[in-house]
Ligand binder design. Sequence first.
Ligand SMILES: [Zn+2]
Length: 401
Amino acid sequence: MFQITSIEDVKSANRKIIMQVMRVQSPISRTQLAAATGLSKATVSRILGDLLEEGLAEEVRTTESGVGRPHILLRLASKARFAVGIELTANIARVMLTDMNARPIKQRIQPVINQGVSGIVDEIAAGIKDITRDIPASQLVGVGVAIPGTVDVRTGIVSLEYPAGWLDYPLVAHLAKQIELPFLVVNQAQAAAWGEKWAGGGIQISELLFIRLGSTVEAGLVINDRLHYGKTHSAGAIGHMTLNPEGMPCACGNRGCLNTVASIPALLANVRELLKDNRASMLMGMVEGNSSLLTFDHLMRAVQAGDGLAVQVVSEVGRALGVIVASLFNLLNLEKVIIGGPLSAAGNALLSSLQDEVFHRALPASLVLGRIEMTRLGADAASIGAASLVLQDAMNLHEPG
Ligand SMILES: [Zn+2]
């Protein structure tokens, strides 16, 4: 069908392209902006004039060699707009204020255990009020909330019950009653993938997989520069991909899912069994001979100290993950895989076995530009991602095309 494009549409598209380039390449000169966008210098100057007048862009004076006439470069004015990004887990709400580049400004971590859904909503609302009290309302663009489970990003309806009580709970409607700001609710791993894409190791990466290793294994997928939610918003359930059809039973009813090997509860159960067999490890001292006292913190400390058993078990998780990730490289021809979530604290012990497994299994053609690395945003990835999604909506900064 033939579609008429108005002059206003073209202006708005050009402005979006310029802001998008400035977001990832700054500071940047007017000439570089024209070259990067394919727009004329006159168009670039006119749009920059608008952005400077609205306070969304700012000039930076610089002398490359420290002498001579200063160049005038441009960048987005990071303090022109602010957003709140929240990650809600079964235990805590991480409430973060970010600037326009989704960089954290301040953060409040609140326990949310045993509060029920409405208690959690009250906690979140109080956290938002506290963290934004110095920000003028006109500069605050909205709130993004990242939660575990399957969630419809448009309505905020949770369709997979986790934590208990969230099934079909209209989170957006309840939060909106308390906070008069635009809201968005998104799955935690999908948010973290977008956080990496906006402000972490995924900048300028168009085909990205983020894997969150925590109480379950979940993924967020960026395809062709866009977050891929799937038809009913549940894309990324990597923890239920089958590793071994004859393996241990999984909560989903199948056997041998990745979660039965690589989730933190499965990993700890495995280590407890090994300790019962009197395997030599500093973990025995940490739990005073009682393997049932083993915690995730103990295990991470032992990995970081180079304990043989601890390093071995997380390496095995890396290899199991590698089997699945190799198939995903073959399917999607990914550019980068980023590993986050609490188990990313295992660092190189996990990463090197994962990389080895993928490099042995994936087709060379699928892996030619592929890289696998640990998160640069750490525990902040999902809250930064939730804030990024809000900023992107508010500034209409969706990728062109
Ligand atoms: Zn499963």
